[in-house]
Write a protein that binds this ligand. Structure first.
Ligand code: SAM
Length: 290
C-alpha cells in the first residue's frame, strides 16, 4: 500500500462556507442540475468512511459542486478525478481545494464535462466512484461509469432515497425494476444508510440514501446489450406476463414463449420475479436459435 502524507487535514465545508463560496461565484443552484450541496462535515466523513476507500484508490467523483465531498476524500485516497458539468463550479474547485486543503491539491484533477458523455478520464484508471450524484441523472450516470470504467471495483453513491431502494432491490420486491437488474449485472448492490434533507443547501424535497456497490464478474452467456434489451422489454409492460411483454422483442407471443421455455423461465412469470441470471438465459436462448 502506498503511503501518503495526510498531516495536512483539510477544513471541511460547513453551512457558512458553502453559502459564502456560492455567493462569491454568484451561484444560483439549479434543480435541473440537481445542485444541492452538502453543508454538514459529518455527512461527508460518513460517506468517505462507508465507501471504504484507501490510499491506493483513484476515485472518480461526479458533480463535486463546491467541493464538500472532494475535501473529505482527498486525504484518504491517491487521487480524485472530479467531473463537473457546471463551468463555474469546475473552474472554482482547484482554488477551494488550495484554500481548504493546502498540500493536497496535487491529488485533484478537475474535468469540466457531462458525466453522461465522458468516455475516458485523465490519469490512472479510477478504482472507485464516490459521489453525491445529481438526482435526475443518477442511474444513467452510475451505469455509464460502470460500463466505461472496467477498473472500477467499488462505488458509494448518494442518491434520492427512492432510487437507492430501487438500485438495491432484489427480485420479487415492489421496487425491483430496470435499475436493479442493470446494476446487478455489474455489481453486488446494497443499501448503506439514509440521509436526511437538512444536510443540504438548498434543502431538497426528497430524502436521500447511500448505496454501496462491489463489482463482480460480469455474467457469461450473452452480451450485455442483448441482456439489457430483454430487461427493458420485460419491464416496459411490467404488469404483463413475460410471454406478452416480450412478444415485440421476440417477434410474436408464440416466439417469446418458445424462447422463454428454452431458457427454463416460466412464460407466465413477470419480469419483476427474475434475477439477472434469468435475463441472461433468455437473451442466450434467443441467440442460440438464430
Ligand atoms: N458533491 C457536491 C456536494 O456533495 O455538495 C455537489 C452534489 S450536487 C447533488 C450534484 C452536482 O453534480 C452539482 O455540482 C451539479 O452541477 C453536478 N452535475 C449535474 N449534472 C451533471 C452531469 N451530467 N455531469 C457532471 N456533473 C453534473
Amino acid at each position: 500500500m502506498t503511503t501518503h502524507d495526510t498531516s495536512a487535514e483539510p477544513r471541511l465545508l460547513g453551512s457558512a462556507d458553502v453559502r459564502r463560496l456560492a455567493a462569491d461565484l454568484g451561484l444560483r443552484p439549479t434543480k435541473t442540475l440537481g445542485q444541492n450541496f452538502v453543508i454538514d462535515p459529518n455527512t461527508v466523513r460518513r460517506i468517505v468512511r462507508t465507501a471504504g476507500v484507501d490510499t491506493d484508490d483513484v476515485v472518480v467523483e461526479v458533480g463535486p459542486g463546491l467541493g464538500s465531498l472532494t475535501l473529505a476524500l482527498l486525504p484518504q485516497v491517491a487521487r480524485v478525478v472530479a467531473v463537473e458539468i457546471d463551468a463555474n463550479l469546475a473552474a472554482a474547485l482547484p482554488g477551494t481545494v488550495a484554500d481548504y486543503a493546502p498540500g493536497l491539491h496535487h491529488r485533484l484533477d478537475v474535468v469540466h464535462a457531462d458525466a453522461l458523455r465522458v468516455l475516458e478520464l485523465p490519469g490512472p484508471p479510477p478504482s472507485a466512484l464516490v459521489a453525491n450524484l445529481p438526482y435526475n441523472v443518477a442511474v444513467p450516470v452510475l451505469l455509464h461509469l460502470l460500463e466505461i470504467l472496467p477498473n472500477l471495483r467499488h462505488a458509494l453513491v448518494m442518491v434520492q432515497k427512492e432510487v437507492a431502494d430501487r438500485l438495491a432491490a432484489g427480485p420479487g420486491s415492489r421496487t425491483y425494476g430496470v435499475p436493479s437488474v442493470k446494476a446487478a449485472w455489474y455489481a453486488d448492490v446494497r443499501p448503506a444508510g439514509a440521509v436526511g434533507r437538512t444536510v443540504f443547501w438548498p434543502v431538497p424535497n426528497v430524502d436521500s440514501g447511500l448505496v454501496l456497490l462491489k463489482r463482480r464478474e460480469a455474467p457469461v452467456g450473452a452480451a450485455r446489450a442483448d441482456v439489457f434489451a430483454v430487461v427493458d422489454a420485460a419491464f416496459a409492460q411490467r404488469r404483463k406476463t413475460l410471454r406478452g411483454a416480450l412478444s415485440g422483442w421476440a417477434g410474436s407471443a408464440a416466439e417469446a414463449e418458445r424462447i422463454l421455455r428454452a431458457a427454463q423461465v416460466d412464460p407466465a412469470a413477470r419480469g419483476e420475479q427474475l434475477a439477472v441470471g434469468d435475463f441472461v438465459r433468455i437473451a442466450a436462448a434467443r441467440q442460440r436459435d438464430r
